[in-house]
Design a protein around this ligand. Structure first.
Ligand code: ASN
Length: 340
């Protein structure tokens, strides 16, 4: 019988209303099980691992990502697939981080959650949970259909490191602007194999070291030298530059000087776009040519979530600056497309 491990980290899916404060707080897995009696009718052997404490995903961090990766490694041979119940707020960050940590993954790791708690009558949690389990259990020719880290939410399956949470109210909370969905749930569960990562050829291993000492510099017209220096001179090891359009910034000499100084101080700067769709193309405009010339790295069509976690992951591996820069610009887990 197919064996699936459900890993419960928290999130709205398992929350209940605190009578005293009126706010939603994380609650135990048992009530999830009680609210979804259908789980007992599934033809899989389900096991549950509950995190302690269970969290609102705003409290996720690299240490907890590492615990998740270690748990999957420890249980890897005993299960056919993994379903992680996770708050939606930072689900795309965790999915991106795991896509780098779980190297040569040959089994499905499906993250899901919900916008309304499972105990609410109009909840989206039941469908998300049941279909996520089905996806994790689906095989083709005896092999897992989706051997990668993905997010299932509101009838769509996304590659984890291509997904973003783009809506805080709709059940359709996630999207993947730069990569097609991997599967769609309607009357049938339809997979799109051409977009799913191939089965790995090397043995599964994990990497759990992260360096979170990074900063984010988001461009806006009128940004001051003081605001820029608060990041470039802050002692971070690397910077995600959220630029305009296809990777453009102001060409004001003071701004270029700030970036040049940061590069001279061996900081890595990766340029991604504030636009949700499309790719960075350094050198397309005069306003990004200087960035390219000074050694700023193109993040191509990476999401913010992926740029942040990929930087933390690469910098945690003890690599030199040149190697980190080189790996930033190539796809290591299907997270970017070069030259689109
Ligand atoms: N605040 C919740 C969380 O991320 C939101 C959710 O799960 N829908 O844990």
């Amino acid at each position: 019988m197919t064996k699936i491990l459900i890993i419960y980290t928290g999130g709205t899916i398992g929350m209940v209303n605190d009578a005293k404060t009126g706010t939603l707080i994380p609650f135990d897995f048992q009530q999830i099980q009680e609210n979804v009696p259908e789980l007992a009718r599934l033809n899989y052997q389900l096991s549950v691992h509950s995190f302690d404490p269970i969290l609102d995903s705003s409290n996720m961090n690299p240490e907890i990502w590492a615990s998740l990766a270690k748990l999957i490694r420890d249980e890897y041979d005993r299960f056919d697939g993994f379903v992680i119940l996770h708050g939606s707020d930072t689900m795309s960050f965790t999915a991106s981080a795991l896509s780098f940590m779980l190297q040569h993954l040959a089994k499905p790791v499906v993250l899901t959650g919900s916008q309304l708690p499972i105990g609410e009558i109009r909840t989206d949690a039941k469908e998300n949970l049941i279909t996520a389990l089905e996806i994790a259990a689906t095989k083709k020719d005896g092999k897992p259909m989706v051997p990668e880290v993905c997010i299932y939410f509101d009838y769509q399956l996304f590659r984890g490191n291509r997904s973003i949470k783009y809506n805080s109210e709709k059940f359709e909370a996630f999207s993947s602007p730069n990569y097609p969905i991997l599967a769609e749930a309607g009357v049938n569960l339809t997979f799109f194999p051409n977009y799913i990562l191939p089965e790995p050829t090397k043995p599964f291993q994990i990497h759990t070291e992260f360096n979170a000492n990074i900063g984010v510099l988001k461009m806006y017209p009128g940004i001051t030298e003081r605001a820029v220096k608060a990041i470039t001179e802050s002692g971070v090891d690397a910077i995600v530059l959220e630029a305009f359009g296809s990777g453009n910034t102001t060409t004001a000499p003071w701004f270029i000087d700030c970036l040049q100084q940061a590069i001279a101080n061996d900081k890595i700067i990766v340029d991604i776009s504030q636009c949700k769709g499309g790719s960075v193309q350094l050198g397309l405009y005069e306003t990004s040519r200087k960035l390219q010339q000074m050694g700023i790295v193109s993040g191509y069509d990476m999401t913010f979530e992926t740029a942040v976690t990929k930087l933390m992951y690469l910098m945690g591996q003890g690599l030199g600056t040149a190697e980190v820069k080189q790996l930033l610009e190539i796809s290591i887990a299907g997270e970017l497309t070069v030259g689109n």
